[in-house]
Design a protein around this ligand. Structure first.
Ligand code: ATP
Ligand code: MG
Length: 734
């Protein structure tokens, strides 16, 4: 094993394989690289692959680590290199009965959770306005992160109406999950922990198996994750954790920075290795990031150094409004791209998911291909959720929530009242909704039209379930879309919206085929599981040349030659809440540090004087983090320095006189972007006739099949038939 390209400290860490090891180091110092080399070294030392467990936080990071290890040792079979959630899920799948679940339990995501809570509120007669589902779910999630059940929460909180509501909903929520044989994301971790606590035999088996355990991004572990790791490592004590206290950005989700700071106490005889050389970024970027993070008090003092040259200064631009900001970034990308940089070099990292929309719009206008890496964006769409509900019912017929979702999608004359009645009947008989629907007593009560349609639905689901081992996932999907009447209903709607939905459903086929191509033994169960776990990254394909868009949170661990951080404004980044507490401000500042240290060569910070959020256009003030930044490292900082000085001596107040919240003024922030894209022919060609060859940004080349002036149908060489809106779709005639 060649550890030559590691530095001395890194090599020392890679070769320390017995006993607890803490690698505490700043961004880009090679923590993750050291860990992958360590895995390779273990294999070379004769450690069996199945004795190795490496856990990270995101699917992307896990995939990345796996492929890096593969590059080093050729084969990762048997090793568990995955996220915490995937690990726990795999363990739970083996013995779900220990924690009271049946084999085919399903996972509920945010939207499912919300629906569930809404139903509960309705049943309990509590108004959603008073107790929003989000608020309640956050409270529930918080309790679960601490491992507290409803009764324990009640015991620990002060008496009162609020406590009663929260605990009541929490209890009903857990009960409903159980009834549906479902878990939410927090449950995955919690139930795995319970499984270990309940069954020592199983725990022992995993302790025995995982002789070498590694955790990347350890600073972001929460209490439950900490417990899980500690329990697993109690067997062999070969635990290596890697992290950076400056990059803890998930405290709002229960991450406990103490887990890393107290590691040495928790695991006596820990060897601590610090890495201080940064290999990622040029000097100016490193120094700039440091000038921001050193404003945090609660941190271990450390400073990174690099042998790389200073590189370009950080570029700062304040634009007139958010549309202009997006336009500026698009033009910078275009011009650097023309000079030879591939698009994969660029990342736009924003604070909130909602910011992606304007970049998506503007980049499309500039015909710059991009990808959004984020939460369940695509999967949040109604039609995709519906399709997933159908698929889930094939896997788990007891999933009442999914059945409720689609029982009247398409319309089957099954209004909520009818469904409630059937649900009551099901409850009495202790059956699931679907089982109840099969009962003659129920079917008899249905109105004539509904009767036929419901029978069809029940039949279709039953057939797919029965045949699920003989059919491919794609076949099941197409059968469901077709036989359920879902696709037909959309086709009959003949609206642009319905066309879009059809396009999304077709895109889902790509998701399925990708899975079927990559899986060893594809099954619908595994497919659904992957899908639910694909919480952050969807169809991200490294091989395509595209710009990457994502939140700073999801960018952790990644690196890009050129990084744009838009929206450097108080109230957006740092967010409003940060001004209420210094802890919150410090967490935002760590996030800023994470964002900046993703950049290897060029870092752009931008802000907009006017920004439209939630339909209101407001004047903004430049971000506090800009004011903290060492001005000598910034090009363009004169803009904010001048303005800041209006406010008096010292730049710390940073506001300029013009800053006042102005009354709402409708403002088309896209106007600017549109004006400045004349040369790229907004939208794309419209005079396309059947037989014409065309190129689409995303789907590649294809042939026009039909064009009715509004909707154009194209048979693409790679992805098949697509329908899109004429003039909107970025099509070029060839
Ligand atoms: P983060 O804190 O962002 O997760 P990290 O500490 O995990 O960063 P890596 O992603 O492992 O850092 O490495 C950062 C970059 O430095 C990578 O491009 C990696 O290839 C490079 N690198 C790491 N170690 C060395 C080395 N010894 N020599 C040359 N390049 C290195
Ligand atoms: Mg890393």
């Amino acid at each position: 094993m060649n550890l030559d390209h590691l530095n001395d400290k890194q090599r020392e860490a890679a070769m320390h394989i017995d006993g607890p090891l803490l690698i505490l180091a700043g961004a880009g110092s090679g923590k993750t690289s050291t860990m992958t080399h360590r895995i390779a070294y273990l294999v070379e030392q004769g450690v069996a692959p199945w004795n190795i467990l490496a856990v990270t936080f995101t699917n992307k990071a896990a995939g990345e680590m796996k492929s890096r290890v593969e590059d080093l040792v050729g084969d990762t079979r048997g090793m568990w290199i995955m996220t915490f959630h995937a690990m726990c899920l795999r363990i739970l799948r083996q013995n779900p009965e220990i924690v009271g679940y049946e084999k085919n339990f399903v996972i509920y995501d945010t939207t499912d959770q919300k629906t569930l809570v809404k139903n509960i509120l309705k049943e309990k007669g509590i108004s959603e306005k008073e107790y929003s589902p989000q608020y309640l779910l956050a409270a529930i999630s918080h309790s679960k992160e601490k491992g507290l059940g409803p009764a324990e929460v009640k015991a620990q909180s002060s008496e009162g109406y609020r406590t009663n509501v929260i605990c009541g909903v929490y209890e009903a929520y857990q009960k409903a999950l159980r009834q549906n044989n479902a878990m939410d994301f927090d449950d995955i971790l919690l139930n795995c922990l319970r499984l270990f606590q309940k069954d020592e035999g199983v725990l022992l088996q995993y302790q025995e198996r995982f002789r070498y355990i590694m955790v990347d991004e350890y600073q972001d572990t929460n209490h439950i994750q900490y417990e899980l790791v500690a329990m697993l490592a109690a067997g062999h004590h070969n635990l290596c954790v890697v992290g950076d206290d400056d990059q803890c950005i998930y405290q709002w989700r229960g991450a406990d920075i103490r887990n890393i700071l107290d590691f040495e106490e928790d695991f006596p005889e820990t060897k601590v290795i610090k890495l201080e050389q940064n290999y990622r970024s040029v000097g100016n970027i490193l120094a700039a990031a440091h000038s921001v993070i050193c404003n945090n008090r609660g941190r271990k003092n450390k400073k990174l150094w690099t042998t790389r040259d200073a590189g370009s200064k950080i570029i700062y631009q304040r634009l007139e409004h958010d549309g202009a900001e997006a336009g500026y970034i698009a033009r910078e990308i275009e011009s650097l791209h023309r000079k030879g940089r591939p698009l994969t070099d660029f990342a736009i990292l924003y604070r909130t998911n909602a910011q992606s929309r304007i970049f998506e719009t503007v980049l499309s206008r500039y015909a710059v291909p991009y990808r959004v890496l984020s939460g369940m964006r695509y999967y949040d769409r109604k039609e995709v959720k519906d399709a997933m509900a159908y698929l889930r019912l094939v896997v788990n017929p007891k999933d009442d929530l999914s059945l409720r979702r689609i029982i009247n999608e398409p319309k089957r004359g099954m209004g909520p009242k009818t469904v409630d009645k059937i649900a009551a009947f099901a409850q009495v008989r202790g059956e699931s909704l679907l089982e109840a629907l099969c009962a003659e007593e129920v079917q008899e009560t249905l109105p004539g039209k509904a009767y036929d349609k419901v029978c069809d639905l029940v039949m279709t689901l039953a057939t797919c379930r029965r045949e699920r081992e003989n059919l491919t996932v794609l076949e099941i999907y197409e059968t469901l879309l077709d036989k359920s009447g879902y696709l037909e209903a959309l086709e009959q709607a003949r609206t642009i919206e319905a066309e879009g939905r059809i396009e999304n459903l077709m895109e889902f086929r790509t998701v399925i085929t990708d899975y079927e191509k990559s899986a060893e033994n594809p099954t619908i169960e595994e497919f659904m599981e992957n899908l639910t776990l694909a919480a952050e990254v969807d169809n991200y394909d490294e091989n395509q040349d595209t710009v990457t868009l994502m939140t700073m949170h999801s960018a952790k661990g990644m690196e890009f030659p050129v990084v744009f951080m838009p929206g450097m404004e108080d109230g957006l980044f740092p967010g409003n809440k940060a001004f209420d507490s210094s802890d919150a401000m410090e967490e935002e500042r760590r996030l800023c540090y994470v964002g900046m240290t993703r950049a290897k060569e060029l870092l752009y910070l931008t802000s907009a004087e006017q920004r439209t959020r939630y339909g209101r256009t407001e004047y903004t003030r430049e971000s506090q983090f800009l004011r903290e930044l060492d001005k000598n490292l910034v090009k363009g900082s004169d803009v904010y320095q001048q303005r800041a000085s209006h406010g008096g001596p010292g730049v710390s107040t940073g506001s300029y006189d013009g800053f006042k919240e102005k009354p709402y003024k409708p403002f088309d922030s896209l106007k600017y972007a549109r004006m400045s894209t004349k040369q790229t022919a907004a939208g794309g060609d419209t005079d396309l006739a059947p037989g014409d060859r065309v190129r689409h940004n995303k789907f590649g080349t294809g042939m026009v099949v039909e064009n009715n002036g509004k909707i154009i149908q194209i048979m693409f060489d790679e992805v098949g038939l697509k329908k899109m809106a004429v003039g909107v779709a970025p099509l070029k005639k060839l």
